[in-house]
Design a protein around this ligand. Structure first.
Ligand SMILES: Nc1ncnc2c1ncn2[C@@H]1O[C@H](COP(=O)(O)OP(=O)(O)OP(=O)(O)O)[C@@H](O)[C@H]1O
Ligand SMILES: [Mg+2]
Length: 308
């Protein structure tokens, strides 16, 4: 089972010694870059690999909840109740149809939590306090953040061990990243010294577009980027309307396979410190003529923290 302070392949549930769960925040203040798609499908991929996983919907839009089939009206308690102290996290957990995957759902109420907590001295640590003592039996927790750097994202970053940053290869993508990394550094020094950036996940990747490659190269020059690349794939966009992760909707789709590769890359542990950058580039070049690139480039993720 995983441990937030260790690399390498985690053991399966039941193996000794008892490890602590790893909490991922999936964050990027830019809207529509694939945070929820990444949260839902990565969580489902961990569960498919037989790791008990908890998805926590930290976004009032509630898309992660509906994305795993937990629709408004089908649950009584949500993250709102947990954050304002009306319920324990365990009481708000709902099982999904994916074996080993549970969710703490969110609704529009969560907007009110931001307002209600604004004067609370522990406003940044509410989620951490609620979450960390209640994770018995879970190997992974995935926190789906809203598209802002407000109190909800702050709570997620304070509660997490590692941050995953989904990024769509567009012209302004890097500007937002710099701001996000500065926020992560502030959260690290103020609330959560153990927080690390796990890496950038390239999403909605379209290898036919030359701008995509330029932006990807630029991001790789500054940040650690996963080798598992998530292609633009219609199955990933259709699956939420069926309330299913892509693995249940179409397991063979390139989208579902892309997220399985991402999960594998994370499960395989820390990246090689000096992976060959040319290898990644070569694989991308090979992918270019295809409508959708293969989900992995075959190389391991490159070195850890954002480069200064
Ligand atoms: N790889 C992909 N291929 C095709 N469509 C995708 C892919 N990833 C995400 N989408 C679609 O793009 C839209 C935005 O994705 P998503 O909701 O995951 O982004 P988000 O960052 O969570 O958005 P928000 O900032 O609003 O929370 C959704 O309609 C989703 O289905
Ligand atoms: Mg979202």
């Amino acid at each position: 089972m995983p441990s937030h302070n260790q690399g390498g392949a985690p053991g399966k549930p039941g193996s000794a010694p008892k490890p602590s769960p790893v909490i991922f925040a999936v964050a990027n203040q830019k809207g529509g870059v694939g945070k929820t798609t990444t949260s839902v499908n990565l969580a489902a991929s961990f569960a498919a690999a037989e790791y008990r996983t908890l998805l926590v919907d930290c976004d009032p839009q509630g898309n992660a909840s509906s994305g795993v089939g937990v629709r408004r009206g089908s649950f009584e308690l949500s993250l709102y109740d947990v954050l304002i102290g009306q319920a324990a996290l365990k009481e708000a957990i709902v099982a999904t149809e994916v074996p080993l995957l549970d969710v703490v759902p969110a609704t529009q109420d969560l907007v009110a939590a931001e307002l209600e907590l604004v004067d609370a001295t522990d406003r940044a640590t509410r989620l951490r306090q609620a979450l960390r003592p209640q994770l018995d039996g879970y190997a992974f927790v995935v926190l789906d953040c809203p598209p802002s750097l407000g109190l909800l994202t702050l709570n997620a970053l304070t509660a997490a061990h590692r941050v995953l940053v989904p990024l769509q290869c567009e012209y302004y993508a890097l500007e937002g990243l710099t701001h996000l990394m500065a926020t992560i550094d502030r959260v690290k020094s103020a609330f959560n010294p153990e927080l690390t950036v796990e890496g950038v996940v390239l999403t909605m990747f379209d290898g036919r577009n030359s701008l995509t490659h330029q932006v990807a190269d630029e991001v790789r020059a500054h940040f650690r980027v996963f080798d598992a690349i998530i292609p633009r794939n219609v199955k990933l966009s259709e699956a939420p309307s069926h309330g299913k992760p892509a693995l249940l909707y179409d397991a063979q789709s390139k989208g579902a396979q892309g997220y399985l590769s991402l999960a594998r890359e994370i499960l395989d542990g820390p990246p090689a410190a000096a992976a060959d950058p040319k290898k990644t580039q070569r694989a991308n070049d090979e992918a270019e003529p295809q409508a959708e690139p293969p989900p992995t480039t075959g190389a391991r993720a490159r070195d850890a923290r954002p480069r200064s």
